[in-house]
Design a protein around this ligand. Structure first.
Ligand SMILES: *[C@@H]1O[C@H](CO)[C@@H](O)[C@H](O)[C@H]1NC(C)=O
Ligand SMILES: *[C@@H]1O[C@H](CO)[C@@H](O)[C@H](O)[C@H]1NC(C)=O
Ligand SMILES: *[C@@H]1O[C@H](CO)[C@@H](O)[C@H](O)[C@H]1NC(C)=O
Ligand SMILES: *[C@@H]1O[C@H](CO)[C@@H](O)[C@H](O)[C@H]1NC(C)=O
Length: 398
Protein backbone atom coordinates (compact mmCIF):
# COMPACT_ATOMS: atom_id res chain seq x y z
CA UNK A 1 0.00 0.00 0.00
CA UNK A 2 2.68 2.54 1.06
CA UNK A 3 4.69 1.73 -2.03
CA UNK A 4 1.80 2.52 -4.35
CA UNK A 5 1.09 5.74 -2.49
CA UNK A 6 4.72 6.84 -2.76
CA UNK A 7 4.82 5.99 -6.40
CA UNK A 8 1.65 7.98 -6.97
CA UNK A 9 3.11 11.00 -5.14
CA UNK A 10 6.26 10.72 -7.23
CA UNK A 11 4.24 10.66 -10.46
CA UNK A 12 2.25 13.68 -9.38
CA UNK A 13 5.46 15.56 -8.65
CA UNK A 14 6.87 14.75 -12.07
CA UNK A 15 3.66 15.81 -13.75
CA UNK A 16 3.54 19.07 -11.81
CA UNK A 17 7.18 19.82 -12.68
CA UNK A 18 6.53 19.19 -16.36
CA UNK A 19 3.47 21.40 -16.42
CA UNK A 20 5.35 24.09 -14.56
CA UNK A 21 8.34 23.89 -16.94
CA UNK A 22 6.55 23.63 -20.25
CA UNK A 23 3.53 25.77 -19.70
CA UNK A 24 3.06 28.65 -17.45
CA UNK A 25 6.09 30.37 -16.12
CA UNK A 26 8.90 29.92 -18.54
CA UNK A 27 10.30 33.30 -19.49
CA UNK A 28 10.22 34.40 -23.13
CA UNK A 29 13.60 34.12 -24.93
CA UNK A 30 15.58 37.09 -26.28
CA UNK A 31 14.87 37.98 -29.93
CA UNK A 32 16.66 39.54 -32.87
CA UNK A 33 20.20 38.50 -32.02
CA UNK A 34 22.90 40.21 -34.07
CA UNK A 35 26.60 40.99 -33.79
CA UNK A 36 29.04 43.67 -34.80
CA UNK A 37 32.85 43.52 -34.96
CA UNK A 38 34.40 46.42 -33.07
CA UNK A 39 37.90 45.52 -34.29
CA UNK A 40 39.53 42.36 -35.71
CA UNK A 41 39.42 40.61 -32.32
CA UNK A 42 36.40 42.08 -30.68
CA UNK A 43 32.77 41.30 -31.25
CA UNK A 44 29.66 42.78 -29.69
CA UNK A 45 26.53 40.65 -29.65
CA UNK A 46 23.19 42.33 -28.96
CA UNK A 47 19.50 41.42 -28.94
CA UNK A 48 15.98 42.78 -28.45
CA UNK A 49 13.89 42.70 -25.38
CA UNK A 50 11.78 39.51 -25.17
CA UNK A 51 8.13 40.02 -25.95
CA UNK A 52 5.85 40.75 -23.04
CA UNK A 53 8.40 41.72 -20.38
CA UNK A 54 9.32 45.15 -19.14
CA UNK A 55 12.88 46.48 -18.75
CA UNK A 56 14.35 45.59 -15.38
CA UNK A 57 12.00 42.64 -15.01
CA UNK A 58 14.44 40.15 -16.49
CA UNK A 59 18.16 39.57 -16.88
CA UNK A 60 20.20 37.64 -19.41
CA UNK A 61 22.89 34.99 -19.47
CA UNK A 62 25.11 33.82 -22.28
CA UNK A 63 27.89 31.36 -22.88
CA UNK A 64 30.06 30.13 -25.69
CA UNK A 65 29.03 26.71 -26.96
CA UNK A 66 31.60 24.00 -26.28
CA UNK A 67 32.54 25.86 -23.11
CA UNK A 68 29.49 24.28 -21.55
CA UNK A 69 31.38 23.43 -18.38
CA UNK A 70 31.65 27.09 -17.49
CA UNK A 71 29.18 27.62 -14.68
CA UNK A 72 30.34 31.02 -13.62
CA UNK A 73 27.90 32.84 -15.83
CA UNK A 74 26.99 36.25 -14.62
CA UNK A 75 23.54 37.66 -15.15
CA UNK A 76 23.29 41.02 -16.78
CA UNK A 77 20.55 43.51 -17.46
CA UNK A 78 22.40 44.62 -20.58
CA UNK A 79 21.14 43.40 -23.87
CA UNK A 80 24.62 43.03 -25.31
CA UNK A 81 28.02 41.57 -24.50
CA UNK A 82 31.54 42.02 -25.85
CA UNK A 83 34.17 39.29 -26.29
CA UNK A 84 37.61 38.80 -27.83
CA UNK A 85 37.56 36.00 -30.37
CA UNK A 86 40.79 34.66 -31.86
CA UNK A 87 40.92 32.40 -34.88
CA UNK A 88 44.13 30.61 -33.87
CA UNK A 89 42.80 29.92 -30.40
CA UNK A 90 39.88 27.90 -31.67
CA UNK A 91 41.29 26.99 -35.08
CA UNK A 92 38.18 28.37 -36.68
CA UNK A 93 36.61 31.56 -37.98
CA UNK A 94 33.18 30.98 -36.54
CA UNK A 95 31.93 30.82 -33.00
CA UNK A 96 28.52 30.02 -31.56
CA UNK A 97 27.06 31.60 -28.46
CA UNK A 98 23.74 31.10 -26.81
CA UNK A 99 21.73 33.68 -24.93
CA UNK A 100 18.73 33.22 -22.70
CA UNK A 101 16.46 35.12 -20.35
CA UNK A 102 16.44 34.59 -16.60
CA UNK A 103 14.28 36.12 -13.91
CA UNK A 104 15.83 39.15 -12.25
CA UNK A 105 15.24 37.58 -8.83
CA UNK A 106 16.60 34.15 -9.53
CA UNK A 107 19.87 34.64 -11.41
CA UNK A 108 21.79 31.41 -11.18
CA UNK A 109 18.81 29.33 -10.04
CA UNK A 110 17.45 28.55 -13.49
CA UNK A 111 13.90 28.05 -12.23
CA UNK A 112 12.03 29.54 -15.14
CA UNK A 113 14.83 30.36 -17.60
CA UNK A 114 13.83 30.82 -21.22
CA UNK A 115 14.94 28.54 -24.02
CA UNK A 116 18.53 29.17 -25.17
CA UNK A 117 18.85 31.14 -28.41
CA UNK A 118 21.99 30.39 -30.44
CA UNK A 119 23.89 32.92 -32.51
CA UNK A 120 26.76 32.04 -34.83
CA UNK A 121 29.42 34.67 -35.34
CA UNK A 122 31.55 34.72 -38.47
CA UNK A 123 34.98 36.36 -38.43
CA UNK A 124 35.16 39.59 -40.46
CA UNK A 125 37.45 37.79 -42.93
CA UNK A 126 37.97 34.05 -43.49
CA UNK A 127 40.72 32.45 -41.48
CA UNK A 128 44.17 32.40 -43.09
CA UNK A 129 46.10 29.87 -41.10
CA UNK A 130 49.42 30.82 -39.53
CA UNK A 131 51.61 28.20 -37.96
CA UNK A 132 54.20 28.23 -35.20
CA UNK A 133 53.51 31.76 -34.05
CA UNK A 134 56.01 33.07 -31.54
CA UNK A 135 57.49 36.29 -30.28
CA UNK A 136 61.05 36.39 -29.01
CA UNK A 137 61.26 39.08 -26.41
CA UNK A 138 64.41 40.72 -25.21
CA UNK A 139 65.02 44.00 -23.45
CA UNK A 140 61.67 45.42 -24.32
CA UNK A 141 61.50 44.48 -27.99
CA UNK A 142 59.55 41.65 -29.47
CA UNK A 143 60.45 39.79 -32.64
CA UNK A 144 57.27 38.02 -33.64
CA UNK A 145 57.17 35.55 -36.49
CA UNK A 146 55.07 32.78 -37.97
CA UNK A 147 54.99 30.38 -40.89
CA UNK A 148 52.57 31.25 -43.67
CA UNK A 149 52.57 31.52 -47.41
CA UNK A 150 54.71 34.10 -49.14
CA UNK A 151 51.83 36.53 -49.80
CA UNK A 152 52.00 40.16 -48.65
CA UNK A 153 50.54 40.89 -45.25
CA UNK A 154 49.63 43.65 -42.81
CA UNK A 155 50.11 43.26 -39.08
CA UNK A 156 48.28 45.15 -36.37
CA UNK A 157 48.32 44.57 -32.65
CA UNK A 158 47.17 45.86 -29.32
CA UNK A 159 46.73 44.75 -25.75
CA UNK A 160 44.01 42.11 -25.52
CA UNK A 161 40.75 42.97 -23.81
CA UNK A 162 37.78 45.08 -24.78
CA UNK A 163 37.72 48.17 -22.68
CA UNK A 164 37.28 51.40 -24.61
CA UNK A 165 40.83 52.35 -23.77
CA UNK A 166 42.49 49.30 -25.34
CA UNK A 167 40.10 49.28 -28.29
CA UNK A 168 41.59 52.58 -29.35
CA UNK A 169 45.15 51.32 -29.22
CA UNK A 170 45.32 49.15 -32.32
CA UNK A 171 48.68 49.80 -33.95
CA UNK A 172 50.34 48.96 -37.22
CA UNK A 173 53.37 46.72 -36.93
CA UNK A 174 56.55 48.74 -36.71
CA UNK A 175 58.91 46.76 -38.93
CA UNK A 176 57.41 43.89 -40.86
CA UNK A 177 59.77 41.44 -42.56
CA UNK A 178 59.50 38.44 -44.87
CA UNK A 179 61.93 35.58 -44.62
CA UNK A 180 62.34 32.42 -46.61
CA UNK A 181 60.17 30.35 -44.31
CA UNK A 182 58.95 32.81 -41.72
CA UNK A 183 57.28 36.17 -41.90
CA UNK A 184 57.40 38.47 -38.97
CA UNK A 185 57.41 41.83 -37.39
CA UNK A 186 59.21 43.76 -34.66
CA UNK A 187 56.92 45.20 -32.03
CA UNK A 188 57.42 48.23 -29.91
CA UNK A 189 58.65 47.76 -26.40
CA UNK A 190 55.65 48.74 -24.29
CA UNK A 191 53.60 46.03 -25.93
CA UNK A 192 55.85 43.24 -24.76
CA UNK A 193 54.42 42.27 -21.44
CA UNK A 194 50.90 43.43 -21.92
CA UNK A 195 49.05 40.42 -23.10
CA UNK A 196 49.27 41.02 -26.84
CA UNK A 197 46.63 40.26 -29.43
CA UNK A 198 47.75 40.37 -33.04
CA UNK A 199 46.10 40.21 -36.41
CA UNK A 200 47.86 39.25 -39.62
CA UNK A 201 45.83 40.11 -42.69
CA UNK A 202 46.54 38.87 -46.19
CA UNK A 203 44.55 39.03 -49.42
CA UNK A 204 43.09 35.62 -48.61
CA UNK A 205 41.94 36.32 -45.11
CA UNK A 206 43.19 36.99 -41.63
CA UNK A 207 44.49 35.31 -38.57
CA UNK A 208 44.08 36.56 -35.02
CA UNK A 209 46.09 35.25 -32.09
CA UNK A 210 47.91 35.79 -28.85
CA UNK A 211 51.49 34.91 -29.74
CA UNK A 212 53.45 32.61 -27.46
CA UNK A 213 56.11 34.71 -25.75
CA UNK A 214 59.56 33.22 -25.90
CA UNK A 215 63.06 34.06 -24.80
CA UNK A 216 66.26 32.59 -26.11
CA UNK A 217 67.46 29.75 -23.97
CA UNK A 218 69.68 31.12 -21.17
CA UNK A 219 73.42 30.69 -21.40
CA UNK A 220 74.81 28.33 -18.78
CA UNK A 221 78.02 29.28 -17.00
CA UNK A 222 79.90 26.29 -15.65
CA UNK A 223 82.54 26.65 -12.99
CA UNK A 224 84.57 23.85 -11.48
CA UNK A 225 84.96 24.09 -7.73
CA UNK A 226 86.41 21.43 -5.45
CA UNK A 227 84.73 18.29 -6.64
CA UNK A 228 81.65 19.82 -8.14
CA UNK A 229 80.44 21.83 -11.06
CA UNK A 230 78.56 25.01 -10.29
CA UNK A 231 76.04 26.08 -12.87
CA UNK A 232 74.67 29.56 -13.05
CA UNK A 233 72.68 31.48 -15.62
CA UNK A 234 71.26 34.87 -16.33
CA UNK A 235 67.73 35.44 -17.49
CA UNK A 236 66.39 38.59 -19.12
CA UNK A 237 65.31 41.32 -16.76
CA UNK A 238 61.91 41.60 -18.36
CA UNK A 239 60.18 40.23 -15.29
CA UNK A 240 61.11 39.65 -11.67
CA UNK A 241 64.04 37.22 -11.31
CA UNK A 242 61.95 35.14 -8.96
CA UNK A 243 59.41 34.46 -11.66
CA UNK A 244 61.79 32.28 -13.64
CA UNK A 245 62.11 28.58 -13.36
CA UNK A 246 64.93 26.76 -15.08
CA UNK A 247 64.93 23.16 -16.14
CA UNK A 248 68.44 21.77 -16.48
CA UNK A 249 69.02 18.35 -17.98
CA UNK A 250 72.43 16.76 -17.85
CA UNK A 251 74.22 13.58 -18.71
CA UNK A 252 77.52 12.37 -17.34
CA UNK A 253 79.59 9.76 -19.13
CA UNK A 254 77.11 7.25 -20.45
CA UNK A 255 74.68 7.53 -17.62
CA UNK A 256 71.01 8.27 -18.34
CA UNK A 257 69.88 11.85 -18.63
CA UNK A 258 68.77 13.55 -15.43
CA UNK A 259 66.71 16.72 -15.15
CA UNK A 260 66.28 19.21 -12.33
CA UNK A 261 63.97 22.16 -11.99
CA UNK A 262 65.56 25.15 -10.35
CA UNK A 263 64.61 28.65 -9.42
CA UNK A 264 66.33 31.85 -8.54
CA UNK A 265 67.03 30.74 -4.98
CA UNK A 266 68.58 27.42 -5.93
CA UNK A 267 71.22 29.05 -8.10
CA UNK A 268 73.99 27.95 -8.58
CA UNK A 269 73.12 24.36 -9.25
CA UNK A 270 75.74 21.88 -8.08
CA UNK A 271 76.65 18.63 -9.74
CA UNK A 272 79.31 16.30 -8.34
CA UNK A 273 82.15 16.30 -10.79
CA UNK A 274 83.81 13.10 -11.86
CA UNK A 275 86.95 14.18 -13.69
CA UNK A 276 86.94 11.12 -15.91
CA UNK A 277 83.56 12.07 -17.33
CA UNK A 278 82.29 14.29 -20.03
CA UNK A 279 79.19 16.22 -19.05
CA UNK A 280 76.41 17.46 -21.30
CA UNK A 281 74.08 20.21 -20.15
CA UNK A 282 70.94 21.63 -21.68
CA UNK A 283 68.45 24.06 -20.25
CA UNK A 284 65.17 25.78 -20.82
CA UNK A 285 63.46 28.52 -18.90
CA UNK A 286 59.86 29.28 -18.19
CA UNK A 287 57.90 31.51 -15.92
CA UNK A 288 56.20 30.12 -12.85
CA UNK A 289 52.44 30.25 -12.47
CA UNK A 290 51.00 33.73 -11.98
CA UNK A 291 54.06 35.29 -13.61
CA UNK A 292 52.81 35.43 -17.15
CA UNK A 293 53.57 32.82 -19.71
CA UNK A 294 57.03 33.15 -21.20
CA UNK A 295 59.25 30.22 -22.05
CA UNK A 296 62.28 29.16 -24.01
CA UNK A 297 63.15 26.09 -25.99
CA UNK A 298 66.01 23.85 -24.91
CA UNK A 299 69.24 25.54 -25.94
CA UNK A 300 72.32 23.99 -27.50
CA UNK A 301 74.08 21.27 -25.55
CA UNK A 302 77.00 22.56 -23.48
CA UNK A 303 79.85 20.15 -22.87
CA UNK A 304 82.24 20.04 -19.94
CA UNK A 305 85.22 17.77 -19.32
CA UNK A 306 86.32 14.77 -21.29
CA UNK A 307 85.90 11.07 -21.01
CA UNK A 308 89.35 10.02 -19.84
CA UNK A 309 91.65 7.42 -21.49
CA UNK A 310 91.22 4.75 -18.78
CA UNK A 311 87.87 4.15 -20.27
CA UNK A 312 89.39 3.86 -23.71
CA UNK A 313 92.18 1.53 -22.56
CA UNK A 314 89.56 -0.63 -21.00
CA UNK A 315 87.70 -0.76 -24.28
CA UNK A 316 90.93 -1.51 -26.12
CA UNK A 317 91.74 -4.23 -23.62
CA UNK A 318 88.28 -5.64 -23.90
CA UNK A 319 88.51 -5.81 -27.67
CA UNK A 320 92.17 -6.47 -28.44
CA UNK A 321 93.02 -9.12 -25.85
CA UNK A 322 90.38 -11.60 -27.01
CA UNK A 323 91.53 -11.06 -30.60
CA UNK A 324 95.17 -11.78 -29.69
CA UNK A 325 94.15 -14.76 -27.62
CA UNK A 326 92.09 -16.31 -30.36
CA UNK A 327 94.86 -15.65 -32.88
CA UNK A 328 97.27 -17.47 -30.58
CA UNK A 329 94.94 -20.41 -30.23
CA UNK A 330 94.43 -20.65 -33.99
CA UNK A 331 98.17 -20.42 -34.60
CA UNK A 332 98.98 -23.06 -32.04
CA UNK A 333 96.36 -25.36 -33.48
CA UNK A 334 97.94 -24.87 -36.87
CA UNK A 335 101.44 -25.57 -35.50
CA UNK A 336 100.21 -28.58 -33.66
CA UNK A 337 98.71 -30.06 -36.77
CA UNK A 338 101.77 -29.33 -38.82
CA UNK A 339 104.29 -30.81 -36.39
CA UNK A 340 102.10 -33.24 -34.60
CA UNK A 341 104.58 -35.99 -35.49
CA UNK A 342 107.16 -34.23 -33.33
CA UNK A 343 105.05 -33.01 -30.52
CA UNK A 344 102.91 -36.05 -30.36
CA UNK A 345 104.02 -38.87 -32.64
CA UNK A 346 101.54 -41.44 -33.89
CA UNK A 347 100.62 -43.72 -31.12
CA UNK A 348 100.88 -47.21 -32.42
CA UNK A 349 97.81 -49.34 -32.33
CA UNK A 350 98.36 -52.01 -29.66
CA UNK A 351 96.51 -54.65 -31.69
CA UNK A 352 98.83 -53.99 -34.60
CA UNK A 353 101.84 -54.47 -32.34
CA UNK A 354 100.43 -57.72 -31.06
CA UNK A 355 99.69 -58.96 -34.55
CA UNK A 356 103.19 -58.07 -35.69
CA UNK A 357 104.68 -59.89 -32.73
CA UNK A 358 102.66 -62.98 -33.51
CA UNK A 359 103.61 -62.94 -37.15
CA UNK A 360 107.29 -62.44 -36.39
CA UNK A 361 107.23 -65.24 -33.82
CA UNK A 362 105.78 -67.65 -36.37
CA UNK A 363 108.33 -66.72 -38.94
CA UNK A 364 111.14 -67.25 -36.49
CA UNK A 365 109.80 -70.64 -35.54
CA UNK A 366 109.44 -71.55 -39.16
CA UNK A 367 112.91 -70.47 -40.08
CA UNK A 368 114.25 -72.36 -37.13
CA UNK A 369 112.54 -75.52 -38.37
CA UNK A 370 113.57 -75.20 -41.99
CA UNK A 371 117.19 -74.30 -41.80
CA UNK A 372 119.83 -75.37 -39.49
CA UNK A 373 122.32 -73.07 -38.00
CA UNK A 374 124.58 -71.50 -40.55
CA UNK A 375 127.14 -69.15 -39.14
CA UNK A 376 127.07 -65.68 -40.50
CA UNK A 377 130.14 -64.58 -42.28
CA UNK A 378 132.06 -62.19 -40.13
CA UNK A 379 132.09 -58.65 -41.35
CA UNK A 380 135.46 -57.61 -42.47
CA UNK A 381 134.67 -54.06 -43.03
CA UNK A 382 136.91 -51.33 -41.87
CA UNK A 383 135.61 -49.29 -38.98
CA UNK A 384 133.17 -46.71 -40.22
CA UNK A 385 131.30 -44.19 -38.06
CA UNK A 386 127.93 -43.07 -39.23
CA UNK A 387 125.95 -40.25 -37.65
CA UNK A 388 122.46 -41.24 -36.89
CA UNK A 389 119.79 -38.64 -37.31
CA UNK A 390 118.12 -37.65 -34.15
CA UNK A 391 114.65 -38.49 -35.23
CA UNK A 392 115.51 -41.92 -36.34
CA UNK A 393 116.96 -42.51 -32.88
CA UNK A 394 113.76 -41.31 -31.38
CA UNK A 395 111.81 -43.58 -33.63
CA UNK A 396 113.94 -46.49 -32.72
CA UNK A 397 113.64 -45.81 -29.05
CA UNK A 398 109.93 -45.68 -29.04
C1 LIG B 1 25.57 47.54 -24.39
O1 LIG B 1 24.48 47.91 -23.57
C2 LIG B 1 24.75 49.01 -22.69
C3 LIG B 1 23.53 49.20 -21.81
O2 LIG B 1 22.37 49.22 -22.54
C4 LIG B 1 25.08 50.24 -23.49
O3 LIG B 1 25.41 51.31 -22.64
C5 LIG B 1 26.27 49.94 -24.41
O4 LIG B 1 26.55 51.03 -25.23
C6 LIG B 1 25.99 48.73 -25.25
N1 LIG B 1 27.20 48.39 -25.96
C7 LIG B 1 27.25 48.29 -27.26
C8 LIG B 1 28.57 48.01 -27.82
O5 LIG B 1 26.26 48.37 -27.96
C1 LIG C 1 9.49 33.39 -13.15
O1 LIG C 1 9.74 34.61 -13.81
C2 LIG C 1 8.98 35.71 -13.42
C3 LIG C 1 9.34 36.86 -14.27
O2 LIG C 1 8.63 36.82 -15.44
C4 LIG C 1 9.19 36.01 -11.94
O3 LIG C 1 8.42 37.08 -11.51
C5 LIG C 1 8.86 34.78 -11.13
O4 LIG C 1 9.16 35.00 -9.77
C6 LIG C 1 9.62 33.58 -11.65
N1 LIG C 1 9.14 32.39 -10.99
C7 LIG C 1 9.90 31.67 -10.22
C8 LIG C 1 9.24 30.50 -9.59
O5 LIG C 1 11.07 31.93 -10.02
C1 LIG D 1 63.66 37.44 -35.56
O1 LIG D 1 63.12 36.14 -35.65
C2 LIG D 1 63.39 35.46 -36.86
C3 LIG D 1 62.69 34.12 -36.80
O2 LIG D 1 62.82 33.48 -35.58
C4 LIG D 1 64.90 35.30 -37.05
O3 LIG D 1 65.17 34.69 -38.27
C5 LIG D 1 65.55 36.68 -37.00
O4 LIG D 1 66.93 36.54 -37.06
C6 LIG D 1 65.16 37.40 -35.72
N1 LIG D 1 65.71 38.73 -35.72
C7 LIG D 1 66.51 39.18 -34.76
C8 LIG D 1 67.02 40.56 -34.88
O5 LIG D 1 66.83 38.48 -33.82
C1 LIG E 1 47.60 46.48 -46.07
O1 LIG E 1 47.17 47.77 -45.70
C2 LIG E 1 47.12 48.69 -46.77
C3 LIG E 1 46.78 50.06 -46.20
O2 LIG E 1 45.80 49.98 -45.22
C4 LIG E 1 46.11 48.21 -47.81
O3 LIG E 1 46.07 49.08 -48.89
C5 LIG E 1 46.50 46.82 -48.28
O4 LIG E 1 45.55 46.29 -49.17
C6 LIG E 1 46.66 45.88 -47.10
N1 LIG E 1 47.20 44.60 -47.57
C7 LIG E 1 46.66 43.42 -47.22
C8 LIG E 1 47.32 42.23 -47.79
O5 LIG E 1 45.69 43.34 -46.50
Amino acid sequence: MTVTREFFTFLTCIAMLMVYQCKGDRLPPPTGLSYRWLDPFTVNVSWQKPRGVADGEVQYKYRRMKDATDNSLACSEWRNFTENLLTEETGSDRWTFEVWTVGSQNCGKSLNDSTHVPVTIHAPKPRAEMKDIKCFISNGDANCSWISGGQPFNVTYRTCGHTEKVLKRLKECDQPYSGRTRNGCYLESDAVLNNICMVVATEAGQSTFKPALMIHSPKLNIKEENNSLNLSWTLPKIINDKCWELKVCFKQCNMPKECRTLNYETQPMQVTYDKRCRYEFQSRAKTTNYCGNISSDFGDVVFYGTNEPPDETLTVVAIVIPIILSACIILSCYCFRRHSSIICPIIPDPSAIFKEMMMNGNKEVKTAEESLYTPMPEPVESCKITLIAENSVLQQNS
